[in-house]
Ligand binder design. Sequence first.
Ligand code: DAH
Length: 344
Amino acid sequence: MQDQIDQYSAEINAFSPANADELETFRIKFLGTKGIIKDLFEQFKTVGPEEKRTFGKVLNQFKQLAESKYNELKEAAGSEPATQNIQFDLTLPGDGFNLGSRHPLSLVRNEIVDIFKRLGFVVAEGPEIEDDWHNFSALNFPEEHPARDMQDTFFIKKNNGKDDIALRTHTSSVQVRMMENGKPPFRAIMPGRVYRNEAISARAHCFFHQVEGLYVDENVSFADLKQTLYHFVQELYGEGTKVRFRPSYFPFTEPSAEMDVSCTICKGTGCNMCKYSGWVEILGCGMVDPNVLENCGIDSKVYTGFAFGMGMERIANLKYVIRDLRLFSENDVRFLKQFQTEII
Ligand code: DAH
């Protein structure tokens, strides 16, 4: 019996499995319920009492040897990559790699941001939940003035019985925050989501996206406004895109204008995108009203500025001919994957 154990011990010490199956075979052979150790313990019951003492010790040492060898090998196998013994066929083609795509509004926002960054504008952001002051009052919307109804506001909280906290109806509120919290000059664009209480249809939505622009410094004139926006349009829609400014009204700018570009689809010859006029409106703009500057603590005798605001969905419509606003927020993959972009 001693000889047999010596032989098994040598086998155990020399054992080095090539894979997990061999290790399992080892376990079954020595440590399994019908294994060698079990068998030796059975034999042990039959030896005489004088042999029991020495033989018992030998047998227990042998059992420990087998167990520790097994545990050691098992642990080592667990810490190695599972692929260790898998045979690879390196000639097989790789699995397809599905790239995500950027949302068309992100593409448009990035492009607008890039153009203005090259002109030295920084990007600023503000909260979507706003108070009356930042969304209306500071922007020269008098209380009870009908101009407040131009934007169907989602009010969420009253203050002293009056509607106060609301989902911002435009990104112009960020202008106010910027001017209140800093010192001129300001040269910033402010992209973000805005909300209006509109019934959802192909042409209107209860939320959409705007990019606001603000430039305040000494001696800023309407000529600066025109040239900046003209340059922007050339970059966005290509050289030769025409622009025209029409007088308009916004409480926070004086004078105010709306800017049209020659239709990007038909190049001005007339199509149903431009309702056969050859022109499409893309933004509102104007010289910042001195009242707004003063409301934000800026001396309107020293500083002047211009501002503009555009809807990103509108810009995307003209770029990609997307006629239904709802597509932007439905997350339909068939729509989204058409905007596959290269990974940079
Ligand atoms: N806030 C305006 C709107 O939502 C857009 C706008 C017009 C922003 C003129 C401006 C501006 O900064 O000067 O309709």
